[in-house]
Structure formats: structure tokens, C-alpha cells
Design a protein around this ligand. Structure first.
Ligand code: SF4
Ligand code: SF4
Ligand code: SF4
Length: 222
């Protein structure tokens, strides 16, 4: 990617609200910014950004503003998720869905939303099997400076989550590959059994490496 394009993407991303809600049709704000910069998406697909966001994007790109495409959703006042802790069964589905790690809890334990970190993206609602997450009005400030600060904070938390997931994936990959190495006791043996074990371990290792490569390719696609 050339530097000019990267700079444009940075500027577009700086305008987007960083809710990371996917309503624009992309997996997060940054991929939407990339799509706008590359002419693959229109400027009116972000409901949280609303008309003010569209106006800023239009001004940046030197095009006319247009109405929000409401097929992507409608703007709404700031909301925050709340979990009915009496109903929560601790399945952790919501934690996995949250793009900014705003939910705390462990398997089979009650979960809680950290209201100050919640972007109100709604991504935790659908996966909850107990329907115990609702959105309630947020008391976050909506002036320009506060919104910018909140967006910057949400972007950092989202990037941190991506890095954490990547670290966990690398650690898991290492474990899988480690399990396919030839055990020392087999290396020390001799004869046909040793040969067979070495061939089997090599096949397992090749299959595991191939599976990881396929997994890695599919997870990097938009
Ligand atoms: S806030 Fe939601 S709709 Fe707007 S760009 Fe980010 S992910 Fe897309
Ligand atoms: S707690 Fe729910 S609504 Fe809040 S940021 Fe996380 S996924 Fe989005
Ligand atoms: S998805 Fe629902 S039931 Fe599962 S941990 Fe989250 S709040 Fe609890």
C-alpha cells in the first residue's frame, strides 16, 4: 500500500466513530476507511457517524454530502450495554463478540459490562443465549472533544484486542506444532517402528502446518 493511500485511510479513519459495530458492512471502522479510500464503499454507510460524519468525509474527499443510507441502520443516542446478572449463565459468548473487551467474567461465572469502555455497538446482544443483555441510555458526553477522545480510546482498545487474539493464536499454533514433534523416546528406538513413527509425525506436522496456513489465510481476508 502506498504512503498517500495510507495517509488518506488514516484521515478517513480519524473521522469514523470507532464504535466497531460492523453496521457499515465491514468488519470494523478501519476496513470501512480502507474501502472508502479505495472507492469500494460509499461515504454514507455509517449510522453512528450520522450526517455529521458524512459531511466530514465529503469535505475530506471533495465530494457532495449525501443522506445516510439507512439500509445500514439508523442513528440513535449513545447507549451502553447492561447484563441482567441474575439470568447470565457465564457462557462467555458476549466476551468473544465484544470488539473492545468491555465485558468481564469467566466461564460459568456472571458477566458484567464495564460501562465506561462500552461503545454501544450491540454486537454482544445477538450471541447471548439468555437474552439477558439490553442497551440502556449512556451518560457519556456528546460534545466534539469528548467524542474524539472516546473514539480514540475505543480504537486503542480494539487494536489491543486484535493484538491479544493474534498472540493467543500464535501460542495455540505453537502448541499444535509442538504436539506433532517426534517424542524423544521414539527417536531413541531403532528399526521399523522408529521409521514409521518418524514418517507419521512428519505427515501430522505437514498437515498441521497446512491447516494453520489455510486458517491464517482465511482469517486475514476482509
Ligand atoms: S462505527 Fe460502525 S458503521 Fe461506523 S465505520 Fe465503524 S464499524 Fe462501520
Ligand atoms: S459490551 Fe456489548 S455493546 Fe458494549 S462494546 Fe461490548 S459488544 Fe458492544
Ligand atoms: S452471552 Fe449472555 S449468558 Fe452468556 S456470559 Fe454473556 S451475558 Fe451471560
Amino acid at each position: 500500500m502506498n504512503q498517500q493511500l495510507t495517509t488518506l485511510i488514516d484521515k478517513i479513519d480519524a473521522i469514523l466513530p470507532q464504535t466497531q459495530c460492523k453496521k457499515c458492512g465491514f468488519s470494523a471502522c478501519r476496513p470501512y476507511a480502507e474501502a472508502i479510500a479505495e472507492g469500494r464503499a460509499d461515504i454514507n454507510q455509517c449510522p453512528p457517524g450520522d450526517s455529521e460524519g458524512i459531511r466530514k468525509l465529503a469535505s475530506l474527499l471533495g465530494v457532495h454530502p449525501k443522506p445516510l443510507n439507512t439500509s445500514h441502520g439508523i442513528p440513535r443516542p449513545p447507549l451502553v450495554a447492561k447484563i441482567d446478572e441474575h439470568l447470565c449463565i457465564g457462557c462467555t459468548f458476549c466476551i468473544r463478540a465484544c470488539p473492545v473487551d468491555a465485558i468481564v467474567g469467566a466461564a460459568k461465572q456472571m458477566h458484567t459490562v464495564i460501562a465506561s469502555e462500552c461503545t454501544g455497538c450491540e454486537l454482544c446482544i445477538a450471541p447471548c443465549p439468555m437474552d439477558c443483555i439490553s442497551l440502556v441510555p449512556s451518560n457519556e458526553k456528546t460534545d466534539e472533544a469528548s467524542r474524539k477522545q472516546a473514539a480514540s480510546h475505543a480504537r486503542s482498545r480494539y487494536q489491543f484486542k486484535l493484538q491479544r487474539l493474534e498472540r493467543e493464536k500464535q501460542a495455540s499454533n505453537k502448541t499444535i506444532l509442538h504436539k506433532t514433534t517426534i517424542p524423544a523416546e521414539i527417536i531413541q528406538t531403532s528399526g521399523e517402528d522408529r521409521k514409521k513413527a518418524i514418517v507419521q509425525a512428519a505427515i501430522k506436522r505437514a498437515m498441521a502446518t497446512r491447516a494453520l496456513a489455510i486458517d491464517s489465510n482465511s482469517s486475514t481476508k476482509p
